[in-house]
Design a protein around this ligand. Structure first.
Ligand SMILES: Cc1cc2nc3c(=O)[nH]c(=O)nc-3n(C[C@H](O)[C@H](O)[C@H](O)COP(=O)(O)OP(=O)(O)OC[C@H]3O[C@@H](n4cnc5c(N)ncnc54)[C@H](O)[C@@H]3O)c2cc1C
Length: 389
């Protein structure tokens, strides 16, 4: 089998047949079922909720987690290709799968008790249960260590008080993985049933980006969380940061998908749009833009492939994930501008997916560690000096 879509340097051989089959399956599902409805959802600001169970049936939720918990047990390269194919359609769809798999299922798998794993992972893998991840607060974004949300010890558990903001899936989640400080000032993860008394998740409206994804506040007013719902095996910022590292890996592949979609749209348009009696693809200035896009996308693809191999072999360093997230999101953002330009006035039309991707990529550029924060993580890695604070 061959890698589908853009593959200028012929890298199919780097993937197993199984990984290529996963890509094919997801691509066919996206093209036949999701692509026809995504524009409507984006315009209405709604998430295609009906597809959640289908994601579960296809094994896309927590795809790289073990089969004993009802997950697909696939490689990280397969996970990467899934993210690429989903974000080729829309960043909001990939965001759902990233949050469910990397930010909700992963911490339960990595830091949860056996009871927590057995109780939640199969339901999250099947899509029966939806999860969200609450780290960001109104006053603490890039600096989550300052978080205000508190978990105070009480008989049989903890009382949660505080608020989280910009939380993907918040209003549709059954389970929230919430990071809060206990009385000793340490950060812990709590599995919060969203039906608990004192919990509310108002939807954040008025977004011009990721409109096909639900974003919410989480408000905790004396929410009781039983003792057994604290994640037992992690404390401190490394808990949430290790989850983000999983999700950022998927974003590195996902943004590649958005960039590929925009490049392909621009190339097809350029070949058929006639100005001055010839296709605009024949003008040197248009060719330069297309060549820049293809070259940067190919470099981003090779980076994603190598980072994926490192992840699968257990040699990955988190700074390499920062490079991947930072570079590939930037490439997609630049491709959005160039594709928009190549389409001329049609570039702003809803007839083409460019503006939707362009607006989406602005969120992706900021969430899961802003472009700047990843620059500073890499800067510290190569100089030995942190410029973050
Ligand atoms: C659509 C969407 C979905 C999201 N989903 C989730 C979710 O599910 N769960 C969750 O917990 N969070 C989520 N987030 C929040 C996201 O992770 C934060 O927005 C992000 O961490 C940045 O925080 P901030 O927006 O408060 O920006 P700030 O931290 O206020 O940063 C503002 C600007 O200052 C810069 N800056 C900050 N500190 C420094 C520094 N030391 N040096 C140089 N520059 C600096 C930043 O790079 C940025 O450009 C989501 C955000 C969006 C937009």
């Amino acid at each position: 089998m061959k890698l589908l879509g853009l593959d200028y340097t012929d890298i199919s051989h780097a993937f197993s047949e199984e990984e290529l089959m996963v890509q094919k399956t997801v691509r066919e599902f996206v093209d036949s079922e999701l692509a026809p409805v995504i524009d409507d959802h984006f315009r209405e600001g709604s998430f295609p909720f009906d597809f959640v169970k289908k994601f579960g049936e296809l094994g896309l939720l927590g795809i790289n987690l073990p089969t004993e918990y009802g997950c697909a047990g696939m490689s990280n390269l397969a996970y990467g290709l899934v993210c690429q194919e989903l974000e080729r359609c829309d960043s909001g769809i990939r965001s759902f799968v990233s949050v469910q798999g990397s930010l909700v299922m992963y911490p339960i798998f990595a830091f949860g008790s056996d009871d927590q794993k057995n109780k939640y992972l199969p339901a999250l893998a099947s899509g029966e249960m939806i999860g969200c991840f609450g780290l960001t607060e109104p006053d603490y974004g890039s600096n989550p260590s300052g978080m205000i949300t508190r978990a105070t010890k009480t008989t049989g558990g903890y009382l949660l008080n505080g608020a989280k903001m910009w939380i993907t899936n918040g209003s549709i989640a059954h389970l929230a993985v919430v990071w809060a400080k206990t009385e000793d000032g340490k950060i812990h993860g709590f599995l919060v049933d969203t039906a608990s008394e004192g919990f509310s998740a108002p939807m954040m409206k008025n977004k011009w980006s990721l409109r096909a994804s639900i974003t919410s506040e989480l408000i905790f007013n004396q929410v009781f969380v039983p003792e057994e719902n604290m994640l037992p095996s992690v404390s401190g910022l490394k808990g949430p940061l290790s989850c983000l590292n999983q999700a950022r890996y998927g974003i590195g592949w996902g943004t590649l998908g958005a960039a590929m979609a925009m490049y392909e749209t621009a190339l097809n348009y350029a070949k058929t749009r006639i100005q001055f009696d010839r296709p605009i693809a024949g003008f040197q200035l248009t060719q330069e833009k297309l060549v820049w896009m293809l070259t940067e996308i190919t470099k981003a693809q090779l980076l994603a492939l190598q980072v994926g191999k490192n992840k699968d072999s257990g040699t990955l360093r988190h700074q390499q994930v920062s490079m991947l997230k930072r570079n590939n999101t930037w490439v997609a953002r630049e491709c959005a501008k160039l594709a928009r330009e190549i389409l001329g006035a049609n570039g702003i039309s809803g007839e083409y997916p460019i503006m939707r991707h362009l607006m989406n990529i602005e969120s992706v550029y900021t969430y899961e560690g802003t472009h700047d924060m990843h620059t500073l993580i890499m800067g510290e890695d190569i100089t030995g000096t942190s410029a973050i604070r």
